[in-house]
Write a protein of this length. Structure first.
Lengths: 683, 321, 99, 163
């Protein structure tokens, strides 16, 4: 049974290998039209060039998407089979020696129990839908084969990550996930912002990774083993040194902070939106960013042994949740709004972890994955159709794209925490748990909930309701914005149904069927929570939606850059249209709030702060070292030595005849002397 | 006394192996002529003896009585050494082939590596023959054969390594037990394909026969040879062909394993099928160009065999645990 | 075991003789290979004498063969380069330290 | 006198004779062929010393690889020179050093009392495999790196300018 687990990450990995080899093969054999890994047959060569793309390249481009869908689907099926076996009472685990170098024995352990099974379903399920959506979204992209290879690599790495049962495998998968995230963010690497965003994401998360690595080193040093069960036994056991008890979980949490974009390492996530939108949905909303939360939940025994560490975790989570929710209010890029929303929701989960209710955090992770993926894919559908992603240039799309609008609404309601959508159940779980003993966290998260409801409603009202805005895509191509293809809206529909349904699965008043069936620990205090928390939370959510409706839907006016009401040039008979411009309420808000608004709008200037205080000094010191120390001091020493040698060699060079045999004779004579000495010494 | 016996046994086995190779060559030359005739819709030799069965014998007699011609400028030592060094490894290969469980000359603990290593000496002979003939065609043939051999040896070895990993032994006799229920062709089909293709290259047969491509090089490294020395090349070629087929049988087809009939019958039967496949390929496919040949080895077979090896290792690890 | 060691000593001396006396680079390489084989023979012999189950000597011999392979590859590449430049593989003609 | 003693003497004589011929002959080609015969004879000695894997690797790498490579290089570099090499070899100093070194080694060997050889081991391959991938694995990996470096170096050296 355990051997089956290897197949789960291996199938997408095999697809990745096939695509890479296939692409490389076509490039090597010089298939015409196979520029890059594979080139776009139609657009790149152009109709006038007289060459037709290689049919093999075209076939590979078509096959790539479906192949990777099939790979992830197979992994998901295997995962479900394994999960059923686990529920049947079997121990689904694999533990073997990966390799043995001298005395070091590196294990390779995989395990699937309740938590991992849940993650496999989330990762596999969302992956399948996102791969499917990508088939439509990436159609015609130049590097589509490379894209699917990278996406499959990511799925494989993420599945390996959630199945890992020792820190070696975990760290391996952790870094693989980071690399594939980097590759995918920089997928449009010819765009400077995309390349920079990938680099930023990689370097920022690396700060956290160093912490994780140090934590792993500490564990090796302390326990001589990196298998989870040994480490957990150590953590709960007696007689552990006090400082390490706190330091190890905090170091591990650093890794989680990087991956899960918690303050202050969250700055990479909004920039990561430079990647293709399905990537944002899969990696930067549903799965990879949840890896940090999963990591903490998986290694929770280590955290449970250190209440001090848990407090730190809780504060970071709550602060992140509140901070990101406020920033979300002001963003003008759809994906940026959703990015900050993701950071905020991750903050909710981390707060729950810190408050000692990992089950609630994992449940929120589970529901969040579905509805946030839904929101991102909806945004992707809009961007794909309209060709723009700034709210200024979008509006009234609800009539044109009814399916997208409806599904997006489902996701938005879920995010706002309105029953019966998934987000309500998990958020209420967290808030209820906080009500017993963590009033500060509760207050912060309630405020964040209100802001959340407001910004997501704003997004929905501006983009889908109100008068239509003349989009750039329309004016350029004369083609009206239309609903996306079935391959794109089908995943949306599936995700929307999931969003409506999965919450009930883990709902408290139904007796936690999900948690029960997977054997997740309830993990602590006052699950369910007092009724007033639920009432207040829902009321705040509704209030946020209503205020947003008043602010954006009742007065859907736009303010153009010049400050006047933007007027449309709609032909007679068509519904009223307006030109592009900011939503009027945003402009008024900025006028009345002034610098406060700009502070929030710029993400509290954290990026600039880091740039000034960390990056700039670092670059400066490096530059100083390069110019002053390296060029003068080091090079001076090196040149000086070289000069000395040149001088000395002038005297000795007469010994060098250049005759090889003279040298050999000298060596042989030396051997003779040494051998004589050795023999004499041994006698 | 036992000293003399042991040494005598070794000598006797050598004579047996050499005789075996001679007999195999005699039979295979006839077989090849008949198979090629069938494929080309001809009849083949029918006149000498019943159904032409004695044709090869007649040819051998002719070859043995022919004059041994040596070109004037040929290097005398190397010219004589070349054919011998080519034929000896083919004979030596037979030492480790288990025709039946007890019917093996020496069950070496490293039999499989031995089998991979010994044919490598053939190349020395071919290079010498080509160089000694003092003839551009021969020289080119010799160089080509060594380049080809070295290139195809790597994927071939890697393919065999998967078998060794699965069997956990380098002993040829242990392989038979390891393949008792299922022969390895079922478990390692990719290795089998790589082994068969690279083996064709190792024994210089079409479609990999550029060292002796008659349309370009007259006859390659044996252009200048005649009579008995030339027949040594023939001996080497067919001896190596049968050894390779026998080894394919051993590695992938379960050797002498099989119901009812004695192991020897199964082994010879299976290996003859492999030999027939080799002949079939030879008379069906055209020849590769020299550059295509190299590209095939380094860009297709080498990566394919590496991927195959890694995948096989992973699968074995997963299944084994 | 003594005969093996004596044989290896003789072979090593032959190799030394070859390296010292021959002028042709390829022959020198041949002589070097003879010396390496003499050393390998010694190692295998001692592997039988001391801790045969650890195989240290045989492992060293295998490593020696591997290193010899790389040495031959690089050596022959050097010889080819020298031949291209000087039109000969006679090492006495190659006496410049600068290329 | 057992069979392996007889074989040891035969292989030893072949090895010494071929080595001597290899360093004395004035024909490059014969020198390399003699090396091949020498290596095969040494492989025989390895086999007699219960190192069958080393013996096969010797044939595989040396005879199948290095000798072929040397022949190849010879044919690429001096295909015109079929005549024996001319010119003086400096025999004097070389012979002296070789005699002294060889004599010293033989003298030291004869004068040393060696332990008795333990019985023959059942099979060397499993032990060797364990040693190669166990205690000696680091050296094994380093050897891989050395081989890679050698391949790269050889390519860099012989790469012609026009490529």
């Amino acid at each position: 049974m355990g051997g089956l687990l290897v197949a789960i990450p291996l199938t997408p990995l095999a697809v990745c290998a096939v695509l890479l080899v296939g692409g490389a093969y076509l490039r090597l054999t010089g298939a015409p039209g196979a520029r890059g890994v594979a080139a776009d047959v139609g657009t790149e060569i152009g109709p006038g060039a007289g060459t037709i793309g290689d049919p093999r390249a075209a076939a590979l481009r078509v096959a790539a998407g479906w192949l990777s869908v099939a790979g992830v689907l197979a992994a998901l099926v295997v995962g479900v089979v394994a999960l059923l076996a686990f529920r049947g009472g079997a121990e689904v685990a694999l533990s073997t020696t990966w390799f043995r170098v001298g005395y070091l024995e590196v294990p390779f352990s995989l395990r699937l129990d309740g938590l991992q099974g849940l993650m496999v379903i989330v990762v596999g399920g969302v992956s399948v839908l996102v791969h499917l959506f990508s088939v439509g979204y990436m159609h015609g992209d130049r590097d589509v084969v490379l894209y699917f290879a990278e996406l499959s690599l990511f799925s494989a790495a993420m599945l390996l990550l959630v199945l890992a049962d020792d820190f070696y495998v975990l760290y391996l998968a952790w870094e693989l996930v980071g690399v594939s995230s980097y590759l995918l963010i920089s997928h449009y690497f010819e765009r400077p912002q995309a390349a920079a965003a990938g680099k930023k994401a990689f370097l920022t998360t690396r700060i956290g990774d160093v912490g994780l690595l140090l934590g792993i080193f500490a564990l090796v040093w302390l326990t001589d083993s990196l298998e989870f069960h040994t480490v957990f036994a150590w953590a709960s056991g007696p007689g552990l040194p006090g400082a390490w008890r706190v330091a190890v979980p905090l170091l591990i949490f650093m890794g989680a902070m990087g991956k899960s974009a918690q303050l202050p390492l969250h700055v990479w996530l909004p920039d990561a939106m430079e990647g293709p939108t399905p990537v944002s949905a899969l990696i930067h909303a549903a799965t990879m960013v949840a890896a940090g939360v999963y990591l903490v939940a998986r290694t929770y025994p280590i955290f449970a042994a250190a209440p001090e560490a848990l407090t730190v975790v809780g504060w970071i989570g709550a602060l992140t949740a509140l901070m990101a929710a406020t920033v979300g209010l002001t963003q003008r890029d759809i994906k940026k709004v959703l990015a900050y929303s993701t950071i905020s929701q991750l903050g909710f989960m981390v707060t729950a972890l810190g408050a000692g209710v990992p089950a609630a955090a994992v449940f929120h992770l589970f529901t969040h994955a579905w509805f946030k993926a839904l929101l991102f894919l909806g945004a992707g559908s809009v961007i794909h159709a309209a060709g723009r992603q700034v709210v200024d240039e979008l509006g009234g799309l609800g009539r044109r794209m009814p399916i997208t609008a409806l599904t997006f609404a489902a996701g938005a309601l879920s995010l706002a925490g309105i029953p019966p959508f998934a987000g309500f159940w998990s958020k209420e779980e967290i808030l209820g748990a906080l009500a017993g003993g963590h009033p500060a966290f509760l207050a912060m998260l309630l405020a964040a909930s209100f802001f959340t409801a407001f910004y997501v409603s704003r997004l929905f009202f501006v983009v889908f309701l109100g008068p239509e805005v003349e989009t750039a895509a329309e004016t350029e191509t004369e083609a009206p914005v239309r609903e996306s293809r079935a391959v794109m809206w089908l995943p949306l529909a599936v995700l929307a149904s999931a969003t409506a349904a999965v919450g009930l699965w883990g709902a408290g008043f139904l007796g936690y069927p999900l948690q029960e069936s997977l054997g997740l620990e309830e993990g602590g205090t006052s699950v369910g929570g007092p009724v007033w928390v639920t009432v207040v939370a829902v009321a705040l959510g509704l209030a946020g939606i209503s205020l947003a409706w008043l602010a954006y839907a009742r007065h859907p006016a736009r303010v153009s850059a010049a400050g006047e009401d933007a007027a449309g040039s709609a032909p007679a008979g068509a519904p009223a249209r307006v030109g592009p411009g900011r939503p009027a309420f945003d402009a008024r808000l900025e006028d009345s709030l002034g610098w406060t608004y700009r502070l929030v709008d710029n993400g509290y200037y954290l990026d600039a702060l880091f740039g000034r205080c960390l990056v700039a000094p670092f670059v400066g010191v490096a530059g100083f070292l390069a110019r002053a120390i390296d060029a003068n001091l080091i090079d001076g020493i090196v040149n000086g030595i070289a000069w000395l040698v040149t001088g000395a060699a002038g005297g000795v060079r007469r010994l060098q005849s250049g005759q090889v045999r003279d040298y050999v004779a000298a060596v042989a004579a030396g051997v003779f002397v040494v051998a004589a000495l050795v023999i004499e010494a041994l006698r | 006394m036992s000293t003399v016996l042991t040494l005598g046994e070794g000598f006797g086995l050598g004579v047996v192996a050499f005789t075996l190779v001679g007999a195999i060559t005699t039979v295979f030359v006839l077989l090849e002529r008949r198979v090629s005739a069938r494929i080309q819709m001809r009849v083949g030799p029918t006149r000498t003896g019943p159904h032409g069965l004695l044709q090869t014998i007649a040819d051998i007699v002719k070859l043995l009585v022919k004059e041994d011609v040596r070109p004037e400028y040929a290097d005398p030592v190397a010219f004589r050494l070349g054919p011998m060094l080519t034929a000896v490894p083919a004979v030596l290969s037979f030492v480790v082939i288990p025709f039946g469980a007890p019917l093996v000359m020496r069950a070496l603990n490293v039999g499989i590596v031995y089998f991979l290593a010994v044919p490598g000496m053939t190349v020395v002979g071919l290079l010498l023959a080509g160089w000694a003939s003092y003839d551009n065609y021969s020289f080119l043939g010799g160089l080509r054969s060594s380049a080809q051999f070295i290139s195809y040896e790597i994927p071939r070895t890697l393919a065999v390594v998967t078998v060794v990993m699965l069997a956990g032994s380098l002993n040829t006799v242990d392989l038979l037990d390891a393949q008792k229920p299922v022969p390895y062709i079922v478990l390692l089909p990719v290795s089998f394909v790589i082994y068969m293709a690279t083996t064709l290259a190792e024994v210089n047969r079409i479609p990999f026969d550029i060292p002796e491509a008659e349309s370009e090089l007259v006859a390659g490294y044996h252009t200048e040879y005649s009579g008995f020395r030339w027949s040594l090349f023939f001996l080497a070629e067919y001896g190596a062909l049968y050894a390779a087929a026998a080894f394919a049988t051993l590695l992938f087809l379960g050797g002498g394993n099989g119901p009812v009939l004695p192991a020897v019958v199964w082994f010879v039967g299976k290996s003859l099928v492999v030999v027939f496949v080799f002949m079939w390929v030879r008379w069906t496919l055209p020849r590769f160009r020299a550059d295509q040949l190299m590209r095939l080895a380094w860009k297709v077979f080498l990566p394919a065999s590496l991927v195959n090896l890694v995948l096989a290792a992973f699968v074995m690890m997963a299944v084994g645990s | 075991m003594t005969p093996v060691l004596i044989l290896s000593g003789i072979l090593f001396a032959i190799g030394v003789f070859g390296v010292l006396t021959r002028r042709n680079a390829i022959t020198m390489l041949v002589a070097v290979e003879i010396m390496m084989n003499a050393a390998n023979l010694n190692m295998v012999a001692f592997s039988r004498l001391y801790h045969p189950e650890l195989m240290t000597g045989q492992v060293l011999a295998v490593f020696g063969i591997g290193v010899a392979a790389s040495e031959a590859a690089v050596g022959l590449a050097l010889i080819l380069t020298i031949y291209r430049r000087y039109g000969s593989t006679d090492v006495d003609r190659v006496d410049l330290l600068k290329g | 006198m057992t069979a392996s003693d007889v074989l040891f003497i035969i292989f030893g004589v072949i090895a010494a004779a071929c080595a001597l011929y290899g360093v004395l002959t004035r024909y490059l080609l014969r020198s390399i062929v003699a090396l091949g015969a020498f290596l095969t004879a040494v492989a025989g000695e390895f086999y007699l010393l219960a190192a069958d894997f080393v013996a096969v690797v010797q044939i595989f790498v040396y005879v199948g690889g290095i000798v072929v490579l040397m022949l190849f290089a010879l044919m690429l570099s001096t295909s015109g020179e079929r005549q024996p090499l001319a010119g003086s070899d400096r025999r004097g100093l070389g012979s002296l050093l070789a005699y002294v070194l060889g004599g010293m080694v033989v003298w030291a060997t004869v004068g040393t009392r060696l332990p008795v050889v333990p019985g023959r081991l059942p099979a060397s391959v499993p032990y060797l495999g364990r040693a190669l991938l166990g205690g000696q694995v680091f050296a094994f990996e380093v050897l891989g790196v050395i081989l890679l470096a050698a391949v790269v170096a050889a390519l860099a050296l012989v790469r012609s300018e026009r490529l």
